[in-house]
Design a binder for this molecule. Structure first.
Ligand code: PRP
Length: 182
């Protein structure tokens, strides 16, 4: 297989967002965060592993001091999404009490992980807590949660690329596409 056949054409659906479209949107979000946190140093908290590519680009789109930390969660363990269980596998390396925090996700799918993590972080009393997700499902249930920075809203379809995987692959695609399994 050559690089231009990755993923195999039969597995790839429609390209939803090109690398250029993603870049433009990430720049806009970065500018917005820079303005909102002017004079402060926000801590970006990326949720492993899907947000890695997005948070790396987002922090470089922020024109000012910014810090970075990561959380790792296991959303569903062995079970399905309906089990509604989120477990923290890796917590923050630092105390976020009295610090401005932006929680950064690649995708809000059901909304379970974001709802859980907002409560988890709020309990540590940050001075501000904003939420950011590159993709949000139109069907996501976020309850009363405000989504402060949203890249794109997407319909139901399995999506890959720019951090999003299937079986841990395709995170390195520069675009976001739908995936057809066979
Ligand atoms: C994805 C995504 C979110 C979560 C969203 O992570 O990165 O953390 O699912 O789903 P929800 O809104 O239904 O809770 P995933 O479990 O696929 O792990 P990954 O980030 O390592 O790919």
């Amino acid at each position: 297989m050559t690089a231009d056949q990755y993923p195999p054409p039969g597995d790839l659906g429609e390209i939803l967002f090109t690398a250029a479209q993603i870049e433009t949107r990430v720049e806009e979000l970065g500018r917005q965060i820079s303005e909102d946190f002017a004079g402060r140093t926000p801590l970006l908290v990326g949720v492993l592993k899907g947000s890695v590519i997005f948070v790396a680009d987002l922090m470089r789109a922020i024109g000012g001091p910014v810090e970075l930390d990561f959380l790792a969660v296991s959303s569903y363990g062995e079970a399905t999404k309906s089990s509604g269980v989120v477990k923290i596998l890796k917590d923050l390396d630092q105390d976020i009490g009295d610090r401005p925090v932006v929680l950064v996700e690649d995708i809000i799918d059901s909304g379970l992980t974001m709802r859980f993590l907002v409560e988890h972080l709020k309990a540590q009393k940050p001075s501000a807590l904003r939420t950011c997700s590159l993709l949000v499902r139109e069907s996501a249930q976020v309850g009363g949660l405000t989504l402060d920075y949203v890249g794109f809203r997407i319909p139901p379809a399995f999506v890959i690329g720019y951090g999003l995987d299937v079986g841990q692959r395709y995170r390195n695609l520069p675009y976001i596409a739908t995936y057809r399994d066979g």
